[in-house]
Structures are given as structure tokens and as C-alpha cells.
Ligand binder design. Sequence first.
Ligand code: NAD
Ligand code: LMR
Length: 326
Amino acid sequence: MNEPIRVAVTGAAGNIGYALLFRLASGSCFGPDQPIILQLLEIPPGMGALEGVVMELRDAAFPLLHGIVASDDPNVAFKDLDAAFLVGSRPRSKDMDRADLIKINGPIFTGQGKALNDNAKPTVKVLVVGNPCNTNALIASHAAPNIPNTQFHAMTRLDENRAKGQIAKKLGLSPGQVGNLAIWGNHSNTMFPDFYHAKADGKDVVTAVGEAWGQGEFMKTVSTRGKAIIVARGASSAASAASAAIDHMRTWWDGTAEGEFSSMAIYSNGEYGVPAGIIFSFPVTVKDGRASIVEGLVHNDYAKSKIAATAAELSQEREAVADLLG
Ligand code: NAD
Ligand code: LMR
């Protein structure tokens, strides 16, 4: 057995938190030999509900759960962290875009970035889930100058999983047979789910599904799935979001398999013509806890225009929060 690691979840009494915590405690993310101490953050009005969640975590008697800290103080919840899931923030309603949340949610990530800077290990792996997640991750990273910007990721794994699910359904396969499906750009309607480089059962997806379906129904379904779920459920995706957060962190922790890549929104240094200094989703391989952007993918004019549009949107979001970037 390894030494326990310290893992924070913010918004721990919320919908995603409720689905996430039990999978973390059961070993689904960090593996069956890795004990964890959960460090849970809520705002004061959420502390009562969090108390109930803590009772349930204890009642589940997870062998790997070596401790629980519940606090409304990020300086307590972020002490000595190895990993953090920044979920706590407001979800949108059905008449909003995710970017409409930036003025409400953005400032949360200034305070939490600073608290991470002051309390977490500099090697902490921070996954931002709260929307708009790319720009919130940028805000948190700017507020944490002692933590390298490589340690701040935003989550587009849910979009990757959605895309795989749609392709699997179309081709009568299981999602595990669909691979190398990269999401480029923002976790928003402008994202580009790259079906051109994806493989299904070892074969090119684009040949199997046809370009018209890829550019049409597939793109529309994947990029607007979040809103469709809000309309249908009356609440934003929660269990699938928690599952994707587990997938992202597990890939970051364990690495990618040989020949495979995954989607992570990470700090851009200008790769593929994307402006430097935004958090942009790229196809990445991961080795020894370090995500590297896959090099040498060739894009057609359609893909290039999609990537340019989603990059432009993220540059605008960055401008909109310039006052939070220090
Ligand atoms: P929710 O309202 O059910 O829960 C949010 C929780 O966060 C609440 O318990 C609230 O008290 C808490 N909270 C609010 N401000 C906080 C703060 N400053 N510090 C700590 N906790 C705080 O919402 P949810 O369904 O769990 O969604 C949370 C966020 O995740 C939303 O912004 C949502 O849009 C986003 N989301 C992102 C993705 C993605 O793919 N990136 C997917 C689904 C949802
Ligand atoms: C999602 O994609 O399900 C989340 O980002 C929630 C939302 O607002 O769409």
C-alpha cells in the first residue's frame, strides 16, 4: 500500500460532487493500492448538506478512504494537496450559455487559485470542471504563480466521451472501440470534436460515418449536448460529468496507452497556430504525469476554420476576465 494522497473536491455537496466522491473513495480514479484523504470544500450554506455526505462516505466504509476533511475555508481544504477537482460554482440554466457564467463564477477561481498557491504541493494536479471551465482554469493558474501552469487543466473529457458515444451508436460498436477522438478548443458550442483523426475498431471513423454526418448531426449533437441534458433533466449533467472527471484524472495520473491520445484542455504555448496563453483542449499523450500535445496532425480547411473559431472565442473570454488575470 502507498502513503495516502490528499485530494480536494470543491462544491462537494453539489450534484457532481455527490457522484464523484464515492468513485474517488472506491479507488476508481487513483487505483486499488492508493489510499486517499478527501478534503471537501463548500460555501457556508452548503456545509449542512456536506455533513450528510460525509456521514454517507463514512457509512460506505471504503477501505481506501483514510480520512475526510470538510471545510468552508479553502486554506484548510487545499492543505498539502496532490490533486484537486474544482467543481464548486454555479451551473447555467437552459436560457444561458456557459460563458454567461464567467462574471459569477470567475472570481471563485481567483480566490481558490491563491489558496492552492499558498497551501497545495507545487506538483498538485488541478482539474477545473466549473464552467466556463477553460477560462476558469486560466484564472486559477494566474492566481497561483508558484504552481506551474502545466498543473492546471480544464475538462473536455465529457465532450470526448459524448463524441465516442455517438460514433459507437452510429456504427453499432461499443464506446471502447472508438479511440483517438480529440476535442479541440473550448468546452462550449464552438468546440471541434475531431472525427477526422478518430479510429473505430482500428479503422478511420470518417470513412465509416461519412463526412456529411460528421460535419452535420454529429457536430451538432456533441457540441450542444450539455444544453440538451439541461432541457431534458431540468439540471445539468452530473453523473456523466463526474465520470469524465474520473477518466481525465486517471489518465493524468496513470498515463495514456501506447498509440492512444485523449483530450485535455491545457495551457497553450502557440501549438497548431492556437494563441499562446489560453487554456485550449488538445489531443495529448501523458507520461509520468506530464501531458504533451500530439504533434504532426494535419487538418483540412474545415478543421482549421473550426479550430480558429474556438480559439477566437477563448481569446475573447480571456479579454472579458482581464481584470482577474493580475
Ligand atoms: P450544483 O449547483 O449541484 O453544485 C455546485 C456546488 O458548488 C453547490 O453545492 C454550491 O454550494 C457549491 N459552491 C458554490 N460556490 C462555491 C465556492 N466558491 N466554493 C466551494 N463550493 C461552492 O452544480 P453541479 O451540477 O455540481 O455543477 C457544478 C459546475 O460544474 C457548474 O459550473 C457546471 O456548469 C459545471 N459542469 C461542467 C462540466 C464540464 O464538462 N466541464 C460538466 C457538467 C457541469
Ligand atoms: C455539460 O456540458 O453538460 C456541462 O458543461 C453543463 C452545461 O452547462 O452544459
